[in-house]
Design a protein around this ligand. Structure first.
Ligand code: SF4
Length: 170
């Protein structure tokens, strides 16, 4: 019988590689099919990250075109003032607020202060042709999706801690 220690390293490597290939093939053939979408939701729902479709993924490339020139914020001061802090202009939405899915509820609230009609006019001014209406729709859709698919927050069982004696005396 051949002793494993006596086998040349190159042959060992080939045998291990062949074993890994055979194991992978058998596992794929005989294990239950995994629902990737369900697994994604299991892993990322708590982080407030909904999945994106292949067409949405293609659109995301154009969503990052803003060069922060500020042209779209011209004439927005009255809307900004009337929003009570919820809307800071179009540029912040295009530049940052629409890029972080966990924050889409805040972005959706901000987008509610500017109509698609206004966004269409601003698109004409934009030097890099940022698809503002598409971004607004994407943010609204994903924010709604987050609302539907997120698990309810776990009920807190923690009681409020009593302040430390030193803190009470201050
Ligand atoms: S006009 Fe276009 S490039 Fe300029 S800040 Fe607005 S979205 Fe960005």
């Amino acid at each position: 019988m051949v002793r494993w220690r006596a086998v040349p390293p190159r042959i060992k490597a080939i045998l291990l590689l062949a074993w890994a290939v055979i194991r992978t093939v058998f596992r794929r053939l005989f294990s239950a099919r995994v629902d990737g979408l369900a697994r994604f939701r299991d892993n990322y729902a708590a982080d407030r990250l909904p999945p994106v479709t292949p067409s949405e993924r293609q659109e995301l490339v154009a969503f990052g075109r803003c060069i922060a020139c500020g042209l779209c914020d011209r004439g927005e001061s009255s809307r900004i003032a009337g929003s009570a802090g919820r809307y800071r202009g179009i540029m912040p939405l295009m530049l940052a607020a629409s890029r972080s899915m966990p924050d889409f509820h805040a972005a959706q609230l901000s987008f509610s202060h500017v109509s698609d009609q206004v966004l269409e006019q601003k698109e004409q001014l934009c030097p890099t042709r940022v698809p503002m209406r598409k971004i607004a729709h994407f943010v609204r859709d994903k924010a709604d999706e987050l609302r539907r698919s997120l698990p309810p927050p776990a009920a807190s069982t923690k009681k409020r801690r009593k302040p430390a004696p030193q803190a009470e005396s201050l």
